[in-house]
Write a protein that binds this ligand. Structure first.
Ligand SMILES: Cc1cc2nc3c(=O)[nH]c(=O)nc-3n(C[C@H](O)[C@H](O)[C@H](O)COP(=O)(O)OP(=O)(O)OC[C@H]3O[C@@H](n4cnc5c(N)ncnc54)[C@H](O)[C@@H]3O)c2cc1C
Length: 531
């Protein structure tokens, strides 16, 4: 992201004035909205003077100007958007480093260590959990390490079907490099346009595949990361059986154990056969049961999302009377009509009806999905709280958790003094043994304490999740925002193992303190046994 002081993506991608007005007109009848808050300008932002000045060989790619610092302060969570609108940029990093290559990453870490500074990896800046935000409880200066220049697809093995990709490569650039060879990674998170390979690896990102190989983890052949203790590289292995998988130590490490410089990722032939259908269920429970049958059928459709009636109507895909199950199959090898026919039978067994030949519900949902972050900017500027929460659970728990999570969110919004709020949900990823539950809250914001309000809603929801052992996230990551809840609810021995890995790879606590693990600054010096 990086270039805008407020807002998703690019200015040219934002909603036009007419589109924004139409959106607000749709919302106005049921939610109180305010006159739009103006976006911040650079001149309105006050930053403390940087506590470090670039020097030596690093000077050409280090910046400390207000624009670079302000655009590397926050990610894209609701709490980030409102702090931008409030012109509150206090956590701005002191320096932004844009190394040209892996050697520059090494040099930045060495320089930071010598200057007792903290380093926070910055990929596309689309984190929604405070992953790229400076810690407020650490007195050290902060360097935001932007991987933008360490990018590109540098090698493709067309025999093994894998591509060596640098960490700063954004989704569209990666796909553009693979397309001439007829290949694709087919990893399309909603943030695809602006997020990066390194960010995906660091957060266990989940792409558009609703079943089967959902996470970037499923595509990883090998990893290469710069740590304060040196380079950690795993070999290219189709599979691993020699003890704990070294890749697993780094995947999802959120910049707290090392900085990814590149990875070999498995790619596939671009699909040429497609089939799509939208199944409607007046009974939401029947939709859930159909989703479960689809997930357990062994068919692994590329798309299989269940939208509750409210999500369906908000996206323009439904009329609010039915839940929708969006189904899609694809293949580069064979026609998928047979698979789709069987999926339709599974849905029909639960009372589904279909809009045969009508592509519009599916197309409208896709369009709304891609443009949702731009629409959110408009709603937040108009005084609405718009935030999403997600988790994953087994099918035996799913309906109970769904009801509990929706009830909790509605109660928390009402308790925060906000009336008329709406809570919708969808199942975003299906597994044979369970599903990811994704909850969206839309409500009038509490003026003057919008961050406090969303934190109250989140705390209530996390308490409900903890009561049934559901994790704090399915794919939004942990960052600073979920770290305390993870520490309270996760297995204590797993946290100890993670702390052990941190003490081996980052003994002086240089990398992203407060992300994944509580921020506790190690004592001076390096433990003797680590050399
Ligand atoms: C509108 C919207 C939609 C989203 N949709 C999805 C979705 O569908 N699926 C999904 O999984 N997530 C989604 N996210 C969350 C976010 O996009 C993902 O977490 C994404 O993987 C972050 O990538 P990034 O390059 O933007 O990383 P950043 O936001 O820059 O960083 C994320 C974390 O990774 C670390 N990091 C970044 N680069 C590196 C590196 N090279 N080495 C080590 N650590 C690094 C950072 O320090 C930080 O902790 C969405 C977010 C938004 C705002």
């Amino acid at each position: 992201m990086g270039a805008r002081l407020f807002g998703w993506g690019t200015e040219s991608g934002a909603l036009t004035a007419a589109e924004a007005n139409a959106l607000l007109d749709r919302v106005r009848p049921w939610l109180a909205i305010t006159a739009p808050v103006e976006e911040p300008t650079l001149g309105e932002i006050e930053l403390a003077p940087p506590r470090l000045a670039a020097a030596g060989a690093l000077t050409p790619w280090m910046r400390s100007d207000p624009l670079a610092r302000a655009t590397h302060t926050y990610g894209q969570a609701y709490r980030d958007l409102v702090r931008r609108l409030e012109r509150h940029f206090a956590p701005a990093p002191d320096l932004v480093a844009r190394p040209p290559d892996e050697g520059g990453i090494v040099a930045t870490l060495e320089w930071a260590d010598a200057h007792d500074a903290v380093v926070i990896a910055f990929g596309g800046g689309t984190s929604v959990v405070g992953g790229i935000e400076a810690p407020c409880d650490d007195p050290r200066p902060v360097i935001s390490l932007d991987l933008e220049a360490v990018s590109g697809v540098v090698e493709v093995d067309t025999l093994s079907l894998a591509a060596r990709c640098r960490a700063g490569t954004r989704g569209p650039d990666l796909e553009a490099a693979l397309a001439p060879r007829g290949l694709t990674l087919r990893h399309f998170p909603q943030s695809f346009e602006f997020s990066t390979v390194g960010g995906w690896l660091a957060t266990h990102a989940a792409g558009h595949y609703a079943t089967g190989p959902t996470r970037i983890d499923d595509a990883v052949e090998s990893l290469r990361a710069v740590t304060p203790r040196g380079i950690l590289e795993t070999g290219r292995h189709p599979s691993w059986g020699a003890g704990p998988d070294p890749r697993a130590w780094l995947l999802g490490s959120e910049g707290a154990l090392g900085i990814f410089s590149e990875a070999w990722l498995r790619v596939v032939a671009r699909p040429t056969f497609h089939a799509r259908v939208v199944a409607r269920f007046p009974d939401v429970g029947a939709g859930v049961a159909a989703a479960r049958d689809v997930a357990q059928s062994g068919l692994r459709p590329a798309n299989a999302r269940l939208l509750d009636p409210l999500e369906a109507v908000v996206s323009g895909a439904g009329d609010g009377g039915s839940a929708l199950l969006l189904l899609g199959c694809e293949s580069a090898d064979h026609p998928v009509d047979g698979e789709m026919a069987r999926l339709r039978e599974l849905a029909a067994d639960h009372g589904a009806s279909f809009d045969d030949g009508d592509r519009r519900p599916d197309a409208r949902w896709r369009d709304a999905f891609v443009r949702a972050p731009y629409a959110r900017d408009v709603l937040v500027r108009a005084g609405l709280l718009v935030e999403t929460f997600e988790t994953v659970t087994t099918w035996d728990q799913l309906n109970a958790l769904r009801h509990a999570a929706i009830g909790t969110a509605e109660d928390a919004v009402a308790a925060s003094g906000s009336s008329g709020g709406r809570v919708s949900w969808r199942l975003t990823h299906l597994y044979p043994d369970g599903a990811a539950l994704y909850v969206t809250v839309l409500a009038p914001a509490r003026p003057h304490d919008r961050v406090g309000q969303v934190d109250e809603v989140r705390t209530a929801l996390l308490t409900t999740l903890a009561a049934v052992g559901a994790p704090v996230t399915h794919h939004h990551a942990v960052g600073r925002v979920h770290q305390p809840a993870l520490a309270a609810s996760g297995p204590a021995l797993a946290t100890a193992l993670l702390a052990g890995a941190k003490s081996v790879l980052d003994p002086r606590g240089l990398l992203s303190p407060g992300v994944l693990l509580a921020s506790s600054r190690p004592g001076p010096g390096r433990p003797d046994d680590l050399g």
